[in-house]
Ligand binder design. Structure first.
Ligand code: AMP
Length: 629
């Protein structure tokens, strides 16, 4: 059955994952994951920045990561909205170097350029947008994008920045487990339930507890109310891969030492061993043991890895997820949980299912495809925002408390964690010096009491205050966290009624100037990519044409007049010069001149090909004539 065409300006749902990303749309018949241009549905969140070549995204980039370990950005989501200083604590899958980008933000160095995680994510989002446009047959500019529930406001802003760079308006940022609950709950359940969504992916872990209250006859939609959420944005299947890779490497080093050698693995070997560790881990979800054999720079590692060995390595990581579940259960005042919905690729591990079963005392619900469920939920929320579905109401929460710095380096909490969003708080400020016309405020997020233990979100300055003695101004500041979990600040001086100018400098997000600059660079990037693509095509086609011309020449050279032959040779040599120049640097080649040169050669060669064909036909006829009695 054909799907009815989507409305103009549809809102798609995007699961921007650490390992894989997906795009879905909610049709009248229900949400469906959209096929990518190659017919698959999971887009590996991998981007290759190879010097002088167009950026590669998805399966190509992931499949050739061992070949290009230093040019391939993997798991960029783990560094979204983080500083370089924090990056050391964030295990990544990429072999490429992490460096300090603008304002100390963590960035990758790949293919000779510095790439912010937002920019790598924007490449993934662009590929998903293209796939959605092809699949839906219409322009797409709006999306609901999911993030781990435990992403702080800085990480959410970074995700929105990535969308902006990809030409997508992130109309709503939804927590991944909440999206999963939406997909779970749309099956027409008629009784109220409390569900826990246990979401263990490649890079992050989240647990959310939600009340799902079915709509009633009065037309009220189903209510999805998040009661508590907890998690860890630095914990995922990648860490299990790292633990197994380190163990395998240690074994290989011991084997090398025994053989009187030393093993200093190259980036290629490091990437290969990580890939090996991941495929071994996946195989051990169904098999009890796996035989592996891998060559590491001339040292062969051959051994059997058992599920029990993998579980010994994974157990401390899984225990951390269970500790977070304990926090969420406490925050929800120990509410009885009817069902635990399993989301994310890592929940396929038997150890994970066993730990969840033991913690919650219920059989984990694994009927939903853990890869697709988040994107499907995002698409449902997209349909709600499009106004096509009114049967669902989503009440999400802020995962971490929001506060401001006080004198002495303490943090005063304004909005407590797990408050429903949108939410707001009001705080009064004053001045400490006579005639002070500006006040600086530092906003932080986290549960700890001191600034040093919380994450800095933004610093802003209230400007243009009327000059008054110290302590007299009454500056009322409103902090609003909108439904996307994005912070807005508004300030007014009560005595004068003067509205203060608020200039927010995000600690981890990008300023609008930076976005604009990257946007321009992105357009420039696209132009350069298109140019390189065109020159590469010209090289392939003109080399083929030249090959055919040379073949024809070898057959009819004697039948050609001198001037024509000379003209043809000149045209061939000119095209050959363009091909040579393009091989040295595609950027230095004038593609229009190359095209004209190829067209001239092709036009000239028509006479040659006609001659060659006529000669071939004649020789066939002659051959037939002699062989027929
Ligand atoms: P996600 O972020 O939900 O796409 O999950 C990706 C993570 O799931 C990666 O770390 C994968 O290695 C892991 N994963 C996928 N399939 C399996 C499996 N069958 N067993 C264990 N881990 C898996």
């Amino acid at each position: 059955m054909r799907e009815p065409s989507p409305p103009a300006d549809p809102i798609i749902g995007i699961d921007l994952g650490t390992t894989n990303s997906l795009v879905a749309y909610c049709f009248e018949a229900g949400p469906r994951v959209l096929a990518l241009t190659d017919g698959t549905r999971l887009l590996p969140s991998a981007v290759r920045y190879e010097r002088g070549v167009a950026v590669a995204v998805g399966a190509d980039a992931r499949g050739r990561a061992v070949e290009y370990p230093l040019d391939t950005v993997l798991s960029s989501k783990r560094l979204m909205g983080r500083s370089f200083a924090e990056s050391a604590a964030v295990l990544g899958e990429s072999q490429c170097r992490v460096v300090a980008g603008i304002r100390g933000l963590a960035a990758f160095e790949a293919g000779g350029t510095t790439v912010l995680p937002q920019e790598a994510a924007a490449e993934v989002l662009r590929a998903l947008k293209r796939a959605a446009q092809e699949s839906l047959g219409t322009e797409v500019g709006r999306a609901v994008i999911t993030v781990p529930a435990y992403f702080d406001l800085g990480q959410r802003e970074a995700t929105r920045d990535a969308a902006r760079l990809a030409g997508i308006e992130a109309v709503r940022i939804v927590n991944e487990p909440t999206a999963a609950a939406l997909a779970y709950g749309i099956g027409g359940r008629r009784s109220a339930q409390t569900i826990a969504v246990y979401d263990f992916g490649g890079g992050t872990f989240d647990i959310s507890i939600l009340k799902v209250i079915p709509g009633d006859a009065s037309g009220a939609g189903d209510l999805f109310e998040v009661v508590a959420t907890a998690g860890d944005t630095r914990l995922g299947g990648d860490d299990i891969d790292s633990a197994l890779a380190s163990e395998l490497l240690r074994t290989a080093e011991t084997a090398a030492r025994t053989a009187g050698r030393s093993l200093i693995p190259s980036p290629r070997s490091m990437q290969a061993i990580r890939d090996f560790a991941e495929s071994t881990k996946i195989a051990l979800s169904t098999a009890e043991s796996v035989n592996i054999e891998i060559d590491l720079d001339g040292v062969t590692l051959a051994q059997t890895v058992t599920r029990a060995e993998l579980e010994r390595l994974a157990a401390p990581l899984v225990a951390r997820t269970i500790a977070a579940c304990g926090r969420a259960i406490r925050d929800s005042q120990g509410i009885a949980i009817d069902r635990v919905v399993m989301v994310g690729g890592s929940t396929r591990m038997p150890l994970v299912c066993a730990a969840v079963r033991e913690k919650f005392g219920v059989e984990p619900y694994t009927a939903l495809d853990p890869d697709c469920v988040v994107a499907l939920g995002a698409a449902v929320q997209g349909a709600v925002l499009e106004g096509r579905r009114r049967d669902v109401l989503l009440l999400d929460v802020i995962p971490l408390s929001l506060g401001i710095e006080t004198i002495g380096g303490g943090v005063a909490k304004l909005i407590h964690r797990n408050s429903s969003i949108p939410t707001s708080a009001r705080e009064m400020f004053s001045t400490s010096v006579d005639n002070q016309t500006s006040v600086k405020v530092h906003v932080l997020q986290g549960e700890r009491e001191m600034v040093a233990d919380c994450r800095s979100l933004a610093r802003f300055e209230l400007r243009g205050l009327p000059a008054m003695p110290a302590g007299i101004p009454q500056i009322e500041v409103d902090f609003l966290v909108d439904a996307n979990g994005v912070l807005c600040v508004d300030a007014i001086e009560r005595r004068s009624g003067c509205r203060a100018g608020v200039q927010v400098v995000p600690t981890y997000g990008l300023t609008s100037d930076e976005i604009e600059r990257m946007d321009r660079a992105g357009v420039e990037h696209a132009r350069v990519d298109m140019h390189r693509h065109r020159v590469a095509d010209l090289c392939v086609h003109s080399s083929l044409d030249a090959k055919w011309i040379r073949e024809a020449l070898s057959r009819v050279a004697a039948d050609l007049d001198g001037p024509y032959r000379e003209e043809l040779d000149t045209a061939l040599a000119e095209v050959q010069r363009f091909v040579g120049a393009a091989q040295a640097s595609a950027d230095a080649v004038d593609a229009d001149a190359f095209q004209r040169s190829k067209e001239r050669m092709d036009r000239l060669s028509m006479r040659l090909h006609e001659l060659a064909i006529t000669k071939s036909l004649k020789s066939i006829a002659t051959a037939k004539g002699t062989s027929t009695p």
